[in-house]
Ligand binder design. Structure first.
Ligand code: ZN
Ligand code: ZN
Length: 260
């Protein structure tokens, strides 16, 4: 389809408005989205993966890590395999611009994957976006995982979002500078429940102010890399009384893209 070009004075304005595919620059009809159908079909959709952690595999089995030491979370649902020179640029926009059309587009595609993933099982009823450390939140001004959760909530029958029930502790050094082993060890104690949440790990049924007790919870993240962050947050939520915890993320990193 040829792009619509009106009077010359309006052309420069049109270029500033949404309406062109972020990747191929062809015009798109939906003002809500930023990718054309062809570019969506060419995205690195996660096809075969570990049944539990969604690690990209050649078939839908359990990966060696999940066989040896299963994670605390029940399953990870991811839409895409994280790849350089492809979806990484779209995800960078999600991290740098709170109102990026990529957030709406990729979250909407993730919601379709989530709906399919729970065809034969009940879907979590509460979402917990992965919290940023307060200092990072102050610098960035927004939490991209909360933005993703907001769009998922609209697409998934208003699934509840609990944004501030967990606190992220300070990290002594940047995660990407650590080896994978150190990342996992270092993340072991990365989160705690908010002080206003009754948190009695040995007496869960007596929690009077704890909305996740006995609930099925989904952690929302943009990218799951080693799984260490997801595992740490999942085990915190389970200790605080969640019945089970799943992970929902836009993209999952394969072995070859990890930081080790
Ligand atoms: Zn396109
Ligand atoms: Zn696995």
């Amino acid at each position: 389809m040829e792009p619509f070009l009106g009077a010359s004075s309006t052309i420069s304005v049109l270029k500033l408005l949404p309406g062109n595919c972020s990747l191929c620059l062809q015009p798109i009809s939906s003002q809500e989205h930023c990718l054309c159908g062809l570019c969506i079909s060419k995205l690195p959709w996660l096809k075969t993966q570990c049944r539990q952690c969604a690690n990209p595999l050649k078939s839908n089995n359990l990966c060696a890590e999940c066989q040896q030491k299963p994670p605390s979370y029940r399953r990870c649902v991811a839409a895409f395999e994280y790849q350089k020179d492809s979806i990484d640029k779209l995800i960078m926009n999600i991290k740098t611009n709170s109102h990026s059309p990529e957030t709406a587009q990729l979250s909407s595609l993730l919601s379709e994957v989530i709906t399919l993933a729970y065809q034969d099982s009940s879907m979590p009823t509460i979402m917990v976006p992965v919290p940023l450390h307060w200092r990072k939140l102050l610098i960035r001004g927004f939490n991209q995982s909360s933005n993703i959760a907001s769009i998922l909530s609209r697409k998934l029958n208003n699934t509840a979002i609990l944004d501030n029930i967990c606190i992220r502790r300070a990290s002594s050094s940047p995660q990407h500078l650590k080896s994978r082993k150190n990342r996992i060890q270092g993340m072991g104690n990365a989160f705690r429940m908010h002080k206003n949440i009754d948190y009695k790990s040995d007496n869960k049924n007596n929690c009077t102010n704890n909305p996740i007790v006995g609930q099925s919870v989904a952690i929302v993240d943009d990218v799951v890399t080693s799984g260490a962050t997801a595992e740490s947050l999942a085990s915190t939520l389970i200790r605080a009384g969640a019945k089970n915890v799943d992970i929902w993320c836009i993209a999952r990193t394969g072995w070859h893209n990890r930081f080790d």
